[in-house]
Ligand binder design. Structure first.
Ligand SMILES: [Fe+2]
Ligand SMILES: [Fe+2]
Length: 337
């Protein structure tokens, strides 16, 4: 990403000179619009409308925060994983999520926003993360349900982002999606083992799916007619499909998978609609969604408190890393302080 930022794109070179000519942005707007229309990538050094930049910062920050807050509910089970194999897999998965946060904070940096600034906003409650992580992980089976459903929903949302109009975000998503598909499979495999296990294990898997199904459907955001940012994001090709479209795609993928898992999805209205060529599903409780979003979910306070504490306790690591980098850059830590 740093390389991309350092190399002006053809568009940056062709129009770079004109950018000194302050005042008239119409020409830049035209170039930007043409690039988006032609499915070209917008790169950090290209001119972009302020609102496009602000939308990307908001979305990438929320995505990055979700990755690192999402480490908490699953990390809760690392010490209690039932075998060394399961523990190693879960540790690798949680570590991947930290990496995803890192790629995304880096992508946000290319828009001129530092990681410190974004973390401060998260800690102050001024930026959001995905509401799904405000639900507790009550049993070991929740690790499976999160992998299968939450990472599965994330993939459905994120695969189209690999074609997002902003280059650094799109490129970060390519690797993230590859790792997410590993996460989804580990969740599926874990649930399958439980589902085929003892009656108690099967019941535990079913209970976890019952609790995570509806919140997973809410991960796609409010219905299209209530979605604040959707239309503009689609016009800018940041978003490629609407919330309802992606939600439907996810339901259609999950129903046959639930059947092969031997588990039931907790929705009596779920049935194949021959005419639409999709599964119909029951109404979503949006009151619950808005409550969790407002901060009234079961774990909102706990998640943000733990994040703040981790940040404070990690201060010495950041200081040491900065001093080390400074030393290797030939400087002197004390002189700089
Ligand atoms: Fe992730
Ligand atoms: Fe993941």
């Amino acid at each position: 990403m740093a390389t991309a930022a350092a190399q002006p794109t053809a568009r940056g070179q062709a129009y770079g000179g004109a950018q000194d000519d302050a005042g008239d942005t119409t020409a830049y707007q035209r170039v930007f619009d043409a690039a988006v229309a032609a499915d070209e990538r917008i790169e950090p050094r290209d001119w972009m409308p302020d609102a496009y930049r602000a939308t990307l910062v908001r979305q990438i920050a929320q995505h990055a925060h979700s990755e690192i807050i999402g480490m908490q509910p699953e990390a809760n089970w690392i010490t209690r994983a039932p075998s060394l194999r399961r523990k190693a897999i879960l540790m690798a998965k949680v570590q991947d999520e930290a990496g995803h946060g890192l790629y995304l904070y880096s992508a946000a940096e290319t828009l001129g926003t530092s990681r410190d600034e974004l973390l401060d906003k998260l800690h102050a409650g001024r930026q959001k993360y995905s509401s799904i992580f405000n639900y507790p992980t009550l049993t070991w089976a929740d690790v499976g349900a999160i992998g299968w459903l939450v990472d599965g929903a994330a993939i459905t949302n994120q695969v189209p982002l690999c074609r997002c109009s902003y280059g650094p975000y799109a490129r970060a998503m390519v690797r993230i999606c590859k790792e997410e598909s590993f996460h989804q499979r580990q969740g599926y495999e874990l649930l399958l083992a439980l589902s085929k296990g003892t009656p108690e294990q099967h019941a535990m898997a079913q209970d976890a799916v019952n609790r995570w199904w509806w919140p997973s459907l809410m991960m796609f955001g409010p219905p299209d007619d209530e979605s604040q940012h959707s239309a503009q994001s689609m016009a800018w090709k940041i978003k490629r499909h609407s919330n309802d479209e992606l939600r439907q795609r996810f339901v259609d993928i999950c129903v046959p998978q639930a059947e092969s898992l031997g588990l039931t999805l907790p929705d009596p209205d779920l049935r194949w609609n021959e005419e639409r060529g999709h599964y119909d599903f029951g109404p979503i409780d949006w009151t619950e969604f808005w409550e969790v979003l407002k901060g009234n979910g079961p774990c909102n306070e706990q998640r943000i408190e733990q994040r703040r504490r981790a940040h404070e306790e990690g201060a010495w690591v950041r200081e040491a890393a900065a001093a080390y980098a400074d030393k290797h850059a030939g400087g002197n830590g004390e002189a700089r302080a």
